[in-house]
Write a protein that binds this ligand. Structure first.
Ligand code: BES
Ligand code: MN
Ligand code: ZN
Length: 497
């Protein structure tokens, strides 16, 4: 899909569909008013009658039948002006683009006049909202249902005057880069486990690294053994798929210290010997969403040429039961030297992360951020609207919170008080890998904290934000690509300071 930015008048634009964005309880702006006139006041009449609602994302399709050159006209609500945010705009245009695709439009023209937003921010939000809203995962559909022919081909962002056009264009480029990385993450997370084994993900990372000028190292089992990554190796022991440890570097920050991003990348989590119930086990293909988010964020950082040094670390393995699998009762020796007693082989995320966090420390990073589909408990605590956040550094947690508000990928903090550490004390090892049912999000994070040494650290639990069972305004059912936009915003804000 191509997004163009143009100056011009909508009346003269031949297009499959025009979009007019309207605030609730307000008179249409200058351009909308002219279109209204051309339609003999139909728009204002329909609003007055109450037939057209203008809550965020509400849409109403009209057929101008020659009175303007657009074949269709979609009125789209932006809600109350006082509550307007870029996220509302993403939601509104995501819904709008989807409904026009269903109507059969392949070429859409969106009137940008009247939306009160900085031109660059506007371009970014429009690109993100439409691309992410129109996203579909069609790779495994054949024939008719693979409705590629009916996809939207072009979206033109129309502005009457030339002022701010360049800035909007710049914003579109940023939005396109961020959306493309999110799409990449969604595609990976939606892929069947057989098509995203550790070996396959390593190959995909190689392609991305080549394309975006990133440095990539892939550690094999032998090197993991030499480094003493007993936790990662323990989890992978039950799988016939060899594990991989990816080290992806974006080095554009001169002498600045590294930012380390660590992503849990379990390509399928069966639970291992502590096997999960059969129901919904297919969902556990999304257990690599953290790794996908890290790859996506570093891809965007490279595309946007952020002046930073970033290292992305992905411990990748399946978690499978077999004769060679690790067992409850085993004690694993981590790269840090600390030992972990295994009570459940299903608490595997924190194990692979412990070695990855220790590896992150070798960079002496300014901050470590890890992102992981870590605990079902997170969904119990926060539902599907918030990513759980814990960590050791208030400044970076505040930055993450702000990035969440900006992107709509919101995070909510939970406490990491020392009393919680009681729950992960082991009788025979330095710690155990589960802390019981209560406070599961926290005890998992408590274990991770033992592997970050003195470095500032933020942990993100995306267990129930990585996948959505219901359609959202710019997030169709399925993989959300969560974390890509959040981490990218965090990195952009960091680069600004
Ligand atoms: N990958 C799961 C967490 C998860 C559960 C993500 C549901 C998405 C939806 C993780 O590896 C896991 O199994 N965690 C266990 C931990 C427990 C054994 C302490 C859990 O949450 O039940
Ligand atoms: Mn598990
Ligand atoms: Zn898992």
């Amino acid at each position: 899909m191509k997004i163009n930015v143009r100056a011009g008048k909508i009346e003269k634009y031949k297009t499959d569909a025009a979009i007019i964005l309207l605030f609730e309880k307000e008179k249409p702006g200058k351009v909308a008013e002219r279109v209204d006139k051309a339609l003999d006041g139909m728009i204002s009449r329909l609003i007055k009658k109450g037939d057209v609602k203008l809550t965020t994302g509400a849409v109403h399709l009209l057929y101008p039948e020659g009175r303007i050159r657009a074949e269709r006209l979609l009125l789209v609500g932006l809600g109350n002006r006082s509550e307007f945010t870029p996220n509302r705009l993403r939601q509104a245009v995501g819904k709008a683009a989807c409904s026009l695709r269903s109507a059969g439009a392949r070429d859409i023209t969106l009137i940008t006049d009247g939306v009160v937003l900085d031109a660059e921010e506007l371009g970014q939000a429009l690109a993100e909202g439409t691309i992410l809203g129109l996203y579909r995962f069609l790779k495994y559909k054949t024939g008719e249902e693979n409705g590629l022919a009916r996809d939207v081909q072009t979206i033109t962002l129309l502005k009457e005057s030339i002022g701010g056009l360049k800035a909007m264009q710049k914003g579109v480029k940023v939005g396109e880069a961020i959306a493309a990385s999110t799409v990449m993450a969604r595609d990976l997370v939606s892929s069947p486990p057989a098509d995203k084994t550790p070996t396959i993900i390593a190959a995909r990372a190689k392609e991305i690294a080549r394309k975006f000028g990133l440095k990539l190292r892939v550690l094999e089992k032998e090197q993991m053994r030499k480094l003493g990554m007993g936790a990662l190796l323990g989890v992978s022991a039950g799988s016939v798929q060899p594990p991989k440890f990816l080290i992806v570097e974006h080095r554009k920050g001169g002498k600045k210290p590294f930012i380390a991003l660590v992503g849990k990348t379990i390509t399928f989590d069966s639970g291992g010997i502590s096997i999960k119930p059969a129901e919904n086990m297919d969902r556990m293909k999304d257990d690599m969403s953290g790794g996908a988010a890290v790859l996506g964020a570093i891809r965007t950082a490279a595309a946007l040429k952020l002046p930073l040094n970033i290292v992305g670390l992905l411990p990748i393995t399946e978690n499978m039961p077999s004769g060679s699998a690790y067992k409850p009762g085993d004690v694993l020796r981590t790269m840090s030297g600390q030992t972990i007693e295994i009570l459940s082989t299903d608490a595997e995320g924190r194990l692979v992360l412990s070695d990855a966090l220790t590896y992150a420390c070798t960079y002496k990073p300014a901050v470590i951020v890890d992102i992981a589909t870590l605990t079902g408990a997170c969904g119990i605590a926060l539902g599907t609207e918030a990513t759980g956040m814990l960590g050791t550094d208030d400044r970076f947690k505040q930055m993450m919170r702000a990035a969440g508000e900006t992107t709509g990928e919101r995070v909510w903090e939970m406490p990491l008080w020392e009393e919680y550490y009681e729950q992960i004390k082991s009788d025979i090892a330095d710690m155990k890998n589960t802390g019981g049912r209560r406070g599961g999000v926290i005890t998992a994070a408590a274990l991770l904290s033992k592997f970050v040494q003195k470095y500032p650290w933020v942990h993100l639990d995306i267990a129930t934000t990585a996948w959505t069972e219901t359609e959202r305004p710019y997030t169709p059912k399925g993989a959300t690509g969560i974390g890509v936009r959040l981490l990218t915003q965090f990195l952009r804000d960091y680069a600004e300071k």
